[in-house]
Design a protein around this ligand. Structure first.
Ligand code: HEM
Length: 393
């Protein structure tokens, strides 16, 4: 099979803008990824993307970041820091699970830690199913687990969430939930969506944002600890949230949550993957002619080539470019930006909330790299924090 690996930034953007190239990374993971937004192609993809984009827009992200996210974050922090210590990885997953469930439209009626844990376990199963191509386990066994997970999602979460939305749609008025599920239910006939497609779209959405957001936050925290080992230097950092946002974007560049994307020519066989192109985002994000000789280092002050975003290709490019980019990354500040009401993005807000509590690596428990993945994520990152009452405003 002839597979081509592309590491050059501009060549990658050309492939991603080429409408004859379709998604290929999830061909093996059809059990959970078949006909979801990320794997659709051509007009079908365009129609669903336009529809879902109507929810995933900057103005709503700004509202979500300012109004909905802070109390949800405070709730998770409250339970996490009662002992003055926690694991950043666990914390990240717990917070972002709620975030993606809100956007997908999966209700959590109990609002308990147990319920979040259940969803997290399901999302882990779905991710394993989506990236089946990389799995070293028996693939049929993984598929069976994914099918069972989808059934659990359907009966425990999706059916009650659908019932509430159908009732709201029937009653009309302004009280419609603003999420992907409500949209899909409203447009299901027009788009010809089956129950199975809606179920898989929910499973996809739950995982689309949670791993990437959680891991990106942990990497950003780690880079900040390395660069400013002293607590007092980090206290200065929290006084300058616009600079903190730059730190987060620089960390996005160094640690893309999806280090590669795959494409294959339209009409080619998904099994043989004939003509497949592997797009190496992680390599392109460290390209020296774009990001300088120190491209491998964490440097929020670096200059870069014109037209290249500070996060490089971390959010992708072209028709499948990430719809959660502005939610997690915020918007770029301009000369008129008022730091008091700027949209920083969820990852910067998470880092900020932790710095406000004097977060610091736990000297007694080492962070652990996840050896089961080539993505160099952390599987555990113990930290110490001040108690809620000591937090700065
Ligand atoms: C730091 C966090 C995130 C990173 C690094 C990230 C990265 C990416 C990348 C690279 C793609 C394109 C993959 C490809 O072209 O094959 C993508 C697509 C997507 N992302 Fe994200 N993502 C993040 C957070 C989120 C969040 C929070 C959401 C939802 C709330 C989200 C929703 C999506 C969706 C819906 C797509 C598919 C778009 C399409 O196919 O048209 N992402 N993401």
């Amino acid at each position: 099979m002839n597979e081509r690996v592309v590491t050059d930034y501009h060549e990658i953007t050309r492939v991603l803008a080429d409408r004859s190239m379709r998604q290929a990374l999830y061909d093996e993971g059809g059990v959970v990824m078949d006909s979801v937004l990320l794997t659709l192609h051509g007009p079908e993809h365009h129609k669903r993307r336009v529809l879902e984009f109507s929810i995933l827009r900057k103005d709503y992200f700004a509202y979500y970041e300012a109004e909905i996210f802070p109390p949800a974050l405070a709730q998770v922090l409250k339970t996490s820091i009662t002992q003055g210590r926690m694991d950043l990885v666990e914390f990240g997953y717990r917070v972002t699970m709620n975030l993606t469930a809100d956007f997908a439209g999966i209700d959590r009626p109990e609002k308990t830690a147990d319920e979040t844990e259940r969803l997290l376990r399901l999302v882990k199963t779905f991710s394993e199913g989506a990236t089946l191509v990389h799995s070293t386990r028996d693939k049929e066994e993984v598929r069976t687990e994914v099918r069972a997970g989808l059934e659990e999602l359907r009966t425990s979460f999706l059916i009650p969430s659908i019932e509430r939305r159908l009732k709201a749609l029937e009653e009309g008025g302004d009280a419609l939930p603003r999420d992907i599920l409500t949209l899909l239910l409203r447009e299901r006939e027009k788009l010809g969506l089956s129950d199975e497609v809606i179920l898989r779209e929910m499973a996809f959405f739950l995982q689309a944002g949670s791993h990437s957001t959680a891991n990106s936050m942990v990497h950003a925290m780690h880079e900040i600890f390395q660069r400013w080992p002293d607590l007092s230097a980090r206290q200065n950092l929290r006084e300058d949230p616009l600079y903190l946002q730059r730190c987060v974007h620089e960390s996005f560049r160094l640690h893309p949550a999806s280090p590669v994307a795959w494409r294959r020519p339209e009409g080619s066989c998904p099994v043989t993957g004939e003509g497949r192109v592997v797009l190496d985002f992680a390599a392109a994000n460290r390209q020296r002619d774009l990001f300088g000789e120190t491209a491998d280092e964490f440097d929020p002050d670096r200059s870069r080539a014109d037209g290249v975003p500070s996060w490089g290709l971390t959010f992708g490019y072209g028709m499948h470019m990430c719809l959660g980019r502005d939610l997690d990354g915020g918007v770029l500040p301009g000369p008129e930006t008022d730091p008091a009401n700027h949209q920083y993005g969820i990852v910067t807000q998470l880092v900020r909330a932790l710095l406000d509590r004097d977060v610091r690596p736990d000297p007694e428990r080492q962070a652990v790299r996840d050896m089961n993945t080539s993505r160099k994520n952390f599987s555990s990152y113990p930290v110490l924090l001040n108690h809620e009452t000591e937090a700065k405003s």
